[in-house]
Ligand binder design. Structure first.
Ligand SMILES: [Ca+2]
Ligand SMILES: [Ca+2]
Ligand SMILES: [Ca+2]
Length: 127
């Protein structure tokens, strides 16, 4: 029992330390191993558009859950809908059951700021 807890802690700290690598792989467009805030927000805007299926500038819950429903979370075994529901509630700050572009970008920006530990508006490896 103790050992598995220890392993779990190790695993999650590994995932956390690797966040910058993840972000660079996902959002670095010109291959310079740096994600600028512009690159990041552009990617966020595009993702918002993809998710907003009926193009009314809001992601309704149904639209949002479509992205999640096919997947089961690999570690917690939660269904995609459960995970999606939780993420949605977090993003929908004013609880009107829609995610506005502002709410979406706000949460993305928070993620960026948290990952940008040296505050130079760039995500780099190890900083
Ligand atoms: Ca929509
Ligand atoms: Ca909202
Ligand atoms: Ca940085």
């Amino acid at each position: 029992m103790k050992k598995s807890f220890w392993l779990l802690g190790l695993l999650s700290s590994f995932v956390f330390a690797d966040e910058n690598t993840y972000m660079i792989e996902k959002f670095d467009r010109n291959g310079d191993k740096i994600v600028t805030q512009d690159e990041f927000l552009e990617a966020a805007a595009q993702r918002f558009k993809t998710m907003d299926i009926d193009s009314d500038n809001a992601i309704e819950k149904e639209e949002f859950l479509q992205r999640y429903s096919e997947h089961t979370h690999s570690t917690t075994k939660e269904s995609g809908t459960e995970v999606g529901q939780r993420v949605f509630d977090k993003l929908d700050e004013n609880h009107d059951s829609k995610i506005s572009e502002q709410e979406y970008n706000g949460s993305r920006l928070k993620w960026f700021t948290e990952a940008d530990k040296d505050n130079d508006q760039k995500i780099e490896l190890g900083k």
